[in-house]
Design a protein around this ligand. Structure first.
Ligand code: G3H
Ligand code: 13P
Ligand code: ZN
Length: 309
């Protein structure tokens, strides 16, 4: 099966009340770890590359690694641009064989976000490629945050409906309390499910995306720290909240930090226990396996997309 767009995947995920995992890739071991996990779970998967990943690995290596993953696994795989920040970058990914691109205009005023997103949609759709937009600012909810502060940051449901209608995007990333990285919440973690429900009511059947959805499992934080790391106070989105979101309109859940944590903890362990080691296969191998295990866990216990390939 060749690379696919997320159109069919999201339709099935919406109807089946599950979500597809979108995992960030930067090198061969990460691609293999994710695809091995997805294969064992017989799950569809989105491999996403940021501008930084393309710079690190170079576009041609990333593309070929993902092609190898598709050929070897036979799974439905989407190659997606994560957080595209310009028309030119999105165009270069569409032209370079990506099957999905994100244009992240969330830092711009509404009208500019609409204009930029529509420009990308017009080009991508003319080539049969799908587009994810973003509206709202990703930020964890602090305990003391006021309703008006929340309204200023989080996605306004009416604006989301207008945005989708005017741009023609295929999916939309919204802000309901998740944020990037390992430090998401100062107080109790919480997501604004009422807001998600309002968006779902206004856009029935339309796929919603959650960025910043790592859960930062405390056992991995502890492992990292045990072997010489220092991640005090790291806190992510509880997995049961993601599970709930996946049964609602959320069809794509972005996870990068948890893979970084799993890989780094296992590599730290090798060096801690075998300081004499210098064969890269002896630490990158366990790193790849740690990613595979994390991806299997997410697919099975959080996203609910095992056996949906
Ligand atoms: O949301 C961003 C992803 O975690 C990718 O991060 O820009 O460091 O590659 P990056
Ligand atoms: P995390 O940092 O929570 O893994 O989020 C990743 C992400 O949103 C990639 O776009
Ligand atoms: Zn993101």
């Amino acid at each position: 099966m060749p690379l696919v767009t997320s159109k069919e995947m999201f339709k099935k995920a919406y109807e089946g009340k599950y979500a597809i995992g979108a995992f960030n890739v930067n090198n061969m071991e990460i691609v293999q770890g994710i695809i091995n996990g997805a294969k064992k779970e017989n799950a569809p998967v989105i491999l996403q590359a940021s501008a930084g990943a393309r710079k690190y690995a170079s576009p041609i290596y990333l593309k070929k690694l993902v092609e190898a993953a598709v050929e070897e696994s036979g799974l439905p795989v989407v190659l997606h641009l994560d957080h595209g920040d310009s028309f030119e970058l999105c165009k270069s990914c569409v032209d370079g064989g990506f099957t999905s691109v994100m244009i992240d205009g969330s830092k711009y005023p509404f009208e500019e976000n609409v204009r930029l997103t529509k420009q990308v949609v017009d080009y991508a759709h003319s080539k049969g490629i799908v587009v994810e937009g973003e509206l709202g600012k990703l930020a964890g909810i602090e305990d003391a945050v006021s309703v008006s502060a929340k309204d200023a940051l989080f996605t306004d449901p009416d604006q989301a409906a207008e945005f989708v209608e005017r741009t023609g995007v295929d999916s939309l990333a919204i802000a309901i309390g998740t944020s990037h990285g390992a430090y998401k919440f100062k107080g109790e973690p919480r997501l604004d499910f009422d807001r998600l429900e309002k968006v779902q009511k206004l856009l029935p059947g339309f796929p919603i995306v959650l960025h910043g959805s790592s859960s930062v499992p405390q056992e991995f934080v502890a492992l990292c720290n045990k072997y010489g790391g220092n991640l005090p106070g790291a806190k992510g989105v509880p997995e049961e909240m993601l599970r709930k979101a996946a049964t609602m309109a959320v069809c794509k859940i972005n996870i990068d930090t948890d893979l970084r944590l799993a890989m780094t903890a296992s590599i730290r362990k090798v060096f801690f226990e075998h300081p004499e080691e210098f064969d890269p296969r002896k630490y990158l191998g366990p790193g790849r396996e740690a990613i595979e295990n994390m991806v299997r866990h997410k697919i099975k216990d959080v996203l609910g997309c095992s056996n949906k390939a």
